[in-house]
Design a protein around this ligand. Structure first.
Ligand SMILES: Cc1ncc(COP(=O)(O)O)c(C=O)c1O
Length: 393
């Protein structure tokens, strides 16, 4: 049996990567007089749009807001059905309910964890208006197949790219020339973080314009410069909107994080590679499958799967064993259809989506973030190896 001396400090499963550059830029932003949405937010939108290759980018206070606005901007509402995956954070599906539509789940591909296009096709009805594919963990969905279904039935596609900044599908960045809308998250745990924050990108000018109005209460003119010399105090409310805008302190973090993204991603890829090499030798666990279409994985999450045929402990016990060794983990995700709000209102139940449920039973997200040292990575590897040796069949 291997023996690993237990490290003293707990290793969190995730940490944001903030340097003095971000700190200095936030200070500059605070000193500039623009605390709310201002020039830095505008600049971040511009640079982000250029980075991913979209015509418009609208910065918001979360990805949840962006997903909500995407559906509203595409006029999805009561009486409509929207298809999404149960293997996601609740936000992706909650926003369907927020606009008054019905969430319809389609099961996942049991190899990648992403929504299975064949399952989507089975769920299309005359009421279906949109699809929300989630690029789970940073692995791209099968976009060609999904857009083929969308084109055939005239459906709007709102991609949930909360995990997928930097991901490339068949060589093209997610968000490059999107046909519908693509939403990103800049939450504290994400590959690019502004603490809280999100971005909607689209090539559709109407959607971008409506989004800009909806995120500032439904105000007819850009409220951000109402107090500047060129601005005007006059405004109208075109429709009751939301208070979803990003503000300059967040954008100052975003600008620096965007500059540093390549370097941070290189480190994520190195760590994922070391994990892959070490864990692919163990029969008791399965490393993430990266399908051909995902030419670049963003490695937002490293989702290891337990192979129950080869391990005497289950996923929950594996998490406890790792915790005892001071290694933090998480589980992405508890399938959304099993949440009370969904079973109560829509009658979803255990057994409805067997692939997502089986996936959930066996997954654990291991620590993966740029500031992990090589020693941290080695420690996680030897901890998993140690547990597998102890509990392997
Ligand atoms: C797949 C997915 N979609 C949407 C969200 C919501 O992101 P935000 O916290 O920025 O609203 C998350 C958050 O973790 C997520 O994992």
């Amino acid at each position: 049996m291997l023996t690993t001396e237990i490290r003293e400090a707990f290793l969190p499963y995730c940490l944001p990567d903030i340097t003095d550059e971000e700190v200095n830029e936030v200070v500059q932003s605070l000193k500039s007089g623009w605390l709310a949405k201002g020039p830095r937010t505008i600049e971040f939108e511009k640079k982000f749009a250029e980075y991913v290759g979209a015509e418009h980018a609208v910065a918001m206070n979360s990805c949840t807001a962006a997903l909500h606005i995407a559906l509203l901007s595409a006029n999805i509402g009561p009486g409509d059905e929207v298809i999404t995956t149960p293997m996601t954070f609740a936000a992706s599906a909650n926003t369907i309910i927020h606009v008054g539509a019905v969430p319809v789940f389609a099961d996942i591909d049991p190899e990648t964890g992403c929504i299975d296009p064949d399952e989507i096709a089975k769920k299309v009805t005359p009421r279906t208006k949109a699809i929300i594919p989630v690029h789970y963990s940073g692995h791209s969905c099968d976009l060609d197949a999904i857009y083929e279904i969308a084109d055939k039935h005239g459906l709007f596609v709102s991609e949930d790219a909360a995990h997928a900044i930097y991901t490339r599908y068949k060589g093209r960045m997610i968000g490059d020339n999107p046909k519908g809308a693509v939403s990103y998250s800049f939450y504290a745990t994400k590959n690019l973080s502004t603490g809280e924050g999100g971005m909607l990108v689209t090539n559709n000018e109407e959607i971008a314009n409506r989004a800009r109005v909806l995120i500032t209460h439904g105000m007819s003119r850009n409220a951000w410069n109402r107090y500047a010399k060129g601005g005007s105090w006059k405004y109208d409310i075109e429709e009751p909107g939301y208070k979803y805008n990003m503000f300059d302190i967040q954008a100052s973090l975003g600008l620096i994080q965007l500059d540093r993204l390549e370097e941070m991603q290189q480190r994520r890829a190195q760590i994922a590679d070391r994990y892959n090499r070490a864990f692919s030798e163990l029969a008791a666990v399965k490393v993430p499958t990266v399908s051909e279409g995902t030419t670049t994985h963003s490695w937002h999450l490293y989702v290891l799967r337990v192979n129950p045929a080869e391990l005497r402990i289950d996923r929950d016990q594996l998490i406890e064993e790792l915790k005892e060794r001071n290694v933090g983990t998480s589980v992405h995700f508890i399938p959304v259809h099993l949440m009370t709000a969904y079973s109560k209102k829509f009658g979803y139940k255990k057994g409805d989506f067997p692939n997502a449920e089986a996936w959930f039973e066996n997954i654990v997200s291991l620590p993966l973030y740029p500031s992990m040292t090589d020693d941290d990575v080695d420690y996680v590897i030897s901890s998993v190896q140690d547990i597998v040796h102890k509990f392997g069949k």
